[in-house]
Design a protein around this ligand. Sequence first.
Ligand code: MG
Length: 430
Amino acid sequence: MSHSLGQVVFHVDIDAFFCQVEQRKNPQLGTKPFAVQQHQDIIAVNYAARQAGVKKHMSPAQAREVLKRVGGCLVHVHTVEGGRISYEPYRQAGREVLQLLQRNAWASVVEKGSIDEAYLLFTGGPALRVDLSPEAARQMAQSLRSQLWEQLQLKASVGIARNKTMSKLASAAAKPDGMLLALSPGEVQALLQRTPASRLPQAGGKDSTAFAKAGIQSVADLQSWSEQQLRQDLGFTRDRAAQLAQWARGECSAAVAVRPPPKSLSVQMSLTPVPLPMHPSFQGRSVCDDPSSTGMLQPVEVHAETFTRRMRMLLAAMTGDLMGRICADSHEEDRWPANMILALNISWPPKQNRFVNKTCRFPASTLSSHPPTAPSEVATAATTSSTSAEQAPLAPLHQAMLSNATSLCAAATQGAPPGAKVVQTRASVA
Ligand SMILES: [Mg+2]
């Protein structure tokens, strides 16, 4: 098993991340079994609830049934005014995790893996000719776990290996609240034996069906298949076969590196044909907060009297979310968007869908620090609105973004025939 002397990768992964963020918000949840619901889906399950048999993507009704029996509950994913889902608290927690990990000076690179995971690279050699002892590696991982718990009240698992993929498999095997070393050839082989092949990156769908057909259960089972057999007998492409064979040897050629920031930021909202029943914790405050009982998440008819007001509500929520991300991004990346794009998916009678994109310049960065006078159009609309969210004064940047988005929306729906409905909206900046 080849590896460069000294290189050790620590993969840090927060356990049941969405659940822990909810738990920080609501300490009364304590050690109760609970799961996080998003519309009619279960998107996160804490470990106590997993033990009771609750699984991701179960129907909320089924999950609630199981949880009731063990004194648990369902928690709805974070929502803002109007019942719209916002991931901002989770993104914020993710940023805190990354910032904490970056403060560990021994890590020469900290690569963000996803909202709640990161790879930390320790390079002791070959120049330094230092190889990390298993004991030292263990202490470093334990220190990361303690920092996350003491400073952020988040429990994490850490996988320690010679490369990225093995470290990720190790952290998955260490869950929850644990750590696993896969440094020696023996440790790596044990990890490959206990890891289902379907847990390899992007091996969930078609690949796992192929594995099942061929009787391949663990990653180690792949070792008896040559690259040629993987291609010819199991139908993998040349590249994929090579990658699977590499992983089966416990190797991985991907470097730990800081990824460039995304080129654009966007917020999307689908306006489902049927209003989705919400969790009882909403206590009657459903997604419908319009007195005429037009659900906020229902398609918006272009020629309806309420069109302008309903679109404004949607756009206010979306631009508000986007604004939070732009401000965080400008702080982290020292940049400011040049353009704002509004994309609408319009159901266009008789039987068509049209995608319309409209672009304008993004408000100047000075708006965030020097408030301009409110655009008159926004001020007028605000006085006629019925929701408390719109009565609250908007930040100057939010006002400018909303004003732009409203104009783009008017341009995008111009000329729409009677019966046309907006079924999806996406606001992005680049
Ligand atoms: Mg995680």
